[in-house]
Design a protein around this ligand. Structure first.
Ligand SMILES: Nc1nc2c(ncn2[C@@H]2O[C@H](COP(=O)(O)OP(=O)(O)OP(=O)(O)O)[C@@H](O)[C@H]2O)c(=O)[nH]1
Length: 207
């Protein structure tokens, strides 16, 4: 897989654009035009492989509805679900998105698929901890419930942590796709072996 698609989801104003822009430019820009959705593109080299990364930012469009989440689940290879630690309603929105994603994910309910589910839960605006409405442990618990990796950080203050979070997601998607290929290969070669056996087996019988 050389193209990787990441969808950055979450309620309104949680810092989706801020996190993406921080990752792409290393800068924190206070305000963003959020009138329409957009896809950012970046070329990356991971383990010597050239990757084309696409980051989907739904901007202020509602991304909690079932049909919106369905489109995003089908589009993306990996997902970053964000809430604002100083806004409890955004935490509930993140929970709704995770719930819908689990319902809509093609492998939902299958343990091995969920174990490699490329979904991160991110509590943003950690610099506003004096206004905190969502405890760190609540974020951890929600992430554990949905089998996703948890981060708490600040797009405003943490450049390295933001970069690390996105890099881990990209690596996770890459290794998940490798694992999927490995799982596919044995069954493919088994059915090929069966086919060969059938063909030669029949010939031998008829001789
Ligand atoms: N204090 C603080 N403010 C932040 C942080 N991240 C984003 N913001 C601010 O939160 C507001 C919303 O940020 P955006 O990045 O536009 O959030 P968004 O989720 O893309 O917003 P919509 O597209 O409108 O849903 C802006 O005023 C940002 O400056 C952060 O880590 N700390």
């Amino acid at each position: 897989m050389n193209d990787i698609k990441l969808a950055v989801l979450g309620g309104e104003g949680v810092g989706k654009s801020a996190l993406i822009v921080r990752f792409l430019t290393r800068r924190f820009i206070g305000e963003y035009a959020s009138l329409s959705e957009c896809i950012y593109r970046k070329r990356l080299t991971v383990d010597g492989r050239q990757l084309n990364l696409e980051l989907y930012d739904p901007c202020s469009q509602a991304c909690e509805g079932k049909s919106a989440v369905r489109d995003q689940v089908h589009w993306g290879d990996g997902f970053v679900v964000i809430y604002d630690i100083s806004d409890r309603s955004s935490f509930l929105a993140a929970k709704t998105i995770l719930h819908l994603m689990r319902e809509l994910h093609p492998g939902a309910g299958k343990r091995d698929v969920e174990a490699t589910w490329p979904v991160f839960l991110v509590g943003n605006k950690q610099d506003l901890c004096h206004m905190r409405e969502v405890r760190h442990e609540e974020g951890q618990r929600l992430a554990a419930d949905y089998r996703c990796t948890f981060f708490e950080l600040s797009a405003a203050e943490h450049c390295q942590e933001v970069a690390l979070m996105f890099s881990k997601m990209v690596q996770g998607v890459c290794s998940g796709s490798k694992a999927k290929e490995r799982r596919r290969r044995p069954s493919g070669s088994k059915s090929m072996a069966k086919l060969i056996n059938n063909v030669f087996g029949k010939r031998r019988k008829s001789v």
